[in-house]
Design a protein around this ligand. Structure first.
Ligand code: T4K
Length: 370
C-alpha cells in the first residue's frame, strides 16, 4: 500500500520564485481585475499558443459555458452528450434550454455524429459536443450537420488544451469553444476558463456579457454576469504557458508506461493515440470488462482505494441519469447504449506529469495482480 494517497491527478505548478515578481508588479499597479495588464497579455499569449484569433478569459469554465450560450443566442433544444462532467448539461439548463442527449462513439467516447440528425426537431438551435478526455470529436461531420440545419456548434473543449489534429488546433473548431483551467486540468490557473473564437463580433459580445453587459461606462447592452478573470490568475497563467509543453511531454511518458504495463491484461481496454492527433494526455481512461477481467469496474475502483490509490469513475453516472435530467425523453438507456455501457466500465487512472515510474509500477501491479 502506498503511504501517501495517490489521487487521480495533481496540478502542475511553475516554480514559486518565478511568480514573486508578477505579484510585486500587481501590488505596484494596484490593478487587480477588469482587463488589467496581465489579463491583456495572457489573452494575447493564449491566442497565439492555441492558434485562434480571439480569447476571452473567464473566472471558470462553467460560467464561460453559460455566457457562450448567451452570446450565441442559443434557445430551445440543444443536442449534447451525456458522457461529460455535469457542467455541460447544467449550462444548457441554466440557459433555460432543453438538453437532448445523443449517444457516443465507442472508440473516442465523443458524440456520435451518425446519431445526431434523428434528434433534430424544429426547436433545435445548437449542438454542444465535448472533446472528452482530450479526444477530438468528429468535427467534419458535426460541422456538416450544423451547417445543413442552420445550428450553432459550441464545443465544450474543457479537456482539449493544446490538442491538434493534422496540425490544426482543435480549439479553433466550431462557432465557439470553451476551455477550463481548473486545478485538475492539463493547464491550470487554479480556477479559470476561456471562450475562444475566430469571430471578432462574437468576442466583443462575450466581453460585454462577462462584464455585466457593459459596452462602455454608461451603456448596458445585455443582462450580463460577472465572469472576469483577475490579475493574479492571469499572471500565473502566463507562467503556466512557459511550462505546459514540458508537462504534456511528461504526461505522454506516463501514458506510454501504462500502455506497456497493461497491454496484456485480459479485460482491460486501453485506448491508443489517434493517428494525426497531437494528444495532451489529460486523462488515462481504461475500460474494465468484468467477465474477462474477473472483477467489475467498481470492484477494481474499491480495490485500488484500499491501496490508497484514488482512481475516478469519470463520467459516471451519465448526465442523463442524474435526477434533474433523467426524465427527459432522450435520457433512456435504449437511446444511449454505448454511453450506458462505457459509464459502467470506465475508470480513470492517476494521470499527471509528476507521476513517478515507481508509483505507476505500483498501480499497474495492483491492476495486473488480481
Ligand atoms: N466541462 C467539462 C467537460 C469539464 O470536465 C469541466 C470540469 C467543466 C466543463 C467545468 O469547468 P470548470 O468550471 O471546473 O472550470 C473536477 C473539477 O472540479 C472539474 O473542473 C472537472 N471538470 C472535473 C472533471 O473534475 P471533481 O469533483 O472530480 O474534483 P476533485 O476536487 O474531486 O479533484 C479530483 C482530484 O484532483 C482530487 O482527488 C485531488 C486532485 N486535486 C484537486 C484539486 C481541486 C489536487 O491535487 N489539487 C486540487 O487543487 O471535479
Amino acid at each position: 500500500m502506498s503511504d501517501r494517497p495517490i489521487f487521480v491527478t495533481e496540478p502542475s505548478l511553475p516554480p514559486l520564485d518565478d511568480f514573486i515578481p508578477y505579484l510585486r508588479r500587481i501590488w505596484e499597479n494596484k490593478w487587480l481585475t477588469n482587463n488589467g495588464e496581465f489579463h491583456r497579455k495572457f489573452e494575447a499569449a493564449l491566442a497565439e499558443y492555441l492558434g485562434v484569433k480571439y480569447v476571452s478569459l473567464f473566472t471558470n469554465g462553467m460560467i464561460a459555458l453559460q455566457v457562450g450560450m448567451q452570446a450565441l443566442r442559443i434557445t430551445g433544444e440543444v443536442i449534447t452528450t451525456p458522457f461529460t462532467f455535469v457542467a455541460t448539461t447544467h449550462a444548457i439548463h441554466w440557459n433555460n434550454c432543453k438538453p437532448v442527449f445523443c449517444d457516443i462513439e465507442p472508440d473516442t467516447y465523443t458524440m456520435d455524429p451518425a446519431k445526431v440528425e434523428a434528434l433534430i426537431t424544429p426547436k433545435t438551435t445548437a449542438i454542444m459536443p465535448v472533446h472528452v478526455y482530450g479526444n477530438p470529436c468528429n468535427h467534419e461531420e458535426l460541422r456538416r450537420i450544423a451547417d445543413t440545419y442552420g445550428l450553432k456548434l459550441f464545443y465544450d473543449a474543457a479537456h482539449v488544451f493544446g490538442v491538434r489534429k493534422d496540425g490544426v488546433s482543435v480549439c479553433s473548431w466550431g462557432d465557439l469553444s470553451m476551455l477550463s483551467f481548473h486545478a485538475t486540468k492539463v493547464f491550470n490557473t487554479f480556477e479559470g476558463g476561456a471562450l475562444v473564437t475566430n469571430d471578432e463580433n462574437l468576442k466583443k459580445r462575450i466581453d460585454f456579457l462577462k462584464n455585466f453587459g457593459f459596452a462602455n461606462e454608461v451603456t448596458v447592452v445585455a443582462p450580463g454576469t460577472n465572469g472576469k478573470m483577475d490579475e493574479f490568475r492571469a499572471a500565473y497563467g502566463l507562467l503556466q504557458l512557459e511550462i505546459v509543453d514540458g508537462e504534456i511531454a511528461k504526461r505522454r511518458k506516463v501514458a506510454e508506461f501504462y500502455r506497456e504495463g497493461l497491454k496484456n491484461v485480459p479485460g482491460i481496454r486501453v485506448l491508443q493515440d489517434i493517428s494525426g492527433v497531437k494528444h495532451n494526455y489529460a486523462y488515462f481512461p481504461v475500460e474494465v470488462d468484468a467477465k474477462q477481467y474477473g472483477m467489475t469496474r467498481d470492484e477494481l475502483y474499491d480495490k485500488l482505494k484500499r491501496e490508497n490509490i484514488y482512481s475516478r469513475r469519470y463520467f459516471y453516472p451519465l448526465c442523463s441519469d442524474v435526477p434533474t435530467y433523467r426524465s427527459l425523453p432522450s435520457a433512456t438507456a435504449e437511446n444511449l447504449p454505448v454511453a450506458t455501457k462505457v459509464a459502467k466500465e470506465i475508470l480513470c487512472l492517476p494521470m499527471y506529469a509528476g507521476l513517478t515510474d515507481a508509483v505507476q509500477a505500483e498501480i499497474i501491479k495492483h491492476i495486473v495482480g488480481i
